[in-house]
Design a protein around this ligand. Structure first.
Ligand SMILES: CCCCCCCCCCCCCC(=O)SCCNC(=O)CCNC(=O)[C@H](O)C(C)(C)COP(=O)(O)OP(=O)(O)OC[C@H]1O[C@@H](n2cnc3c(N)ncnc32)[C@H](O)[C@@H]1OP(=O)(O)O
Length: 195
């Protein structure tokens, strides 16, 4: 059985956020073992529903703690659309408050708590179908420029992501990024998605 996340089932017209990549373990629809989360922005919050399945088992019938952490990390990454900056997880702390059964829908909601220079503190809660919070997450993300992803990752994949984020203007964005330092100062021109 494969995880297939529901369309946004509650609330009023939040905006769907773009995938990190089609095979992203958190939000990629083309990753058969992934979590297939669909992330939405609702004001200053982002949220996604996740249903853990047989790909994500820890104890029989329950989600693996690492899968829960992965879901949180991915959604915390979507909060960067609120901050309008690229950043990567430096530390991630999960509180497992209650078991997380497979095949139940969990709503994860994340919000930026603070930003200090390159540090972003981002927090999330994960609630079961009855609204009870079963896990929480706190993370420090560090702002990086596009150079971080170009230098350490797959430049073609970065280009495709950028192309989606810039409505087909990735060439210009990458040309500009090539001239930027890897570690930007937030609030400067090179600190944002368009850099
Ligand atoms: C097209 C765009 C692509 C976008 C793709 C998005 C995909 C998203 C996918 C989403 C998936 C989900 C997301 C993922 O899974 S992201 C994937 C998992 N994360 C990573 O791979 C990150 C790997 N780590 C690094 O690359 C470096 O360590 C980074 C870049 C993070 C920092 O190395 P760098 O050498 O640059 O910096 P620094 O070490 O001098 O530190 C910098 C500053 O930070 C402060 N500091 C450090 N640690 C902490 C801490 N724990 N609490 C508080 N503060 C801390 C530190 O004091 C300093 O402050 P200051 O002294 O400057 O004031």
């Amino acid at each position: 059985m494969t995880a297939q996340q529901p369309d946004y089932p509650r609330g009023s017209a939040p905006a769907r956020l773009p995938l990190h990549s089609p095979r992203c373990m958190g939000c990629g629809p083309d990753n058969p073992a992934g979590l297939r989360m669909r992330a939405f922005r609702d004001g200053d919050e982002v949220n996604a529903d996740v249903v853990f399945d047989e790909h994500h088992v820890g104890a029989p019938g329950l989600a693996h703690g690492g899968a829960v952490a992965a879901a949180c990390d991915d959604l915390l990454g979507f909060a960067l659309f609120v901050a309008e900056t690229a950043a990567v997880t430096r530390s991630l702390s999960i509180e497992y408050l209650a078991p997380v059964p497979l095949h139940e829908t969990h709503r994860i909601t994340a919000r930026i708590q603070a930003q200090d220079a390159r540090r972003l503190n981002i927090a999330a809660t994960g609630a079961g179908p009855d609204g009870t919070v079963r896990f929480t997450a706190e993370a420090v993300f560090i702002v990086v420029s596009l150079q971080h992803f170009l230098r350490h990752g797959d430049p073609d994949g970065v280009w495709r992501l950028l192309d989606r984020l810039t409505d087909g203007n990735a060439d210009e964005a990458l040309r500009t990024a090539a001239e930027l330092p890897e570690h930007p100062q937030p609030g400067t021109e090179e600190g944002g998605w368009s850099s």
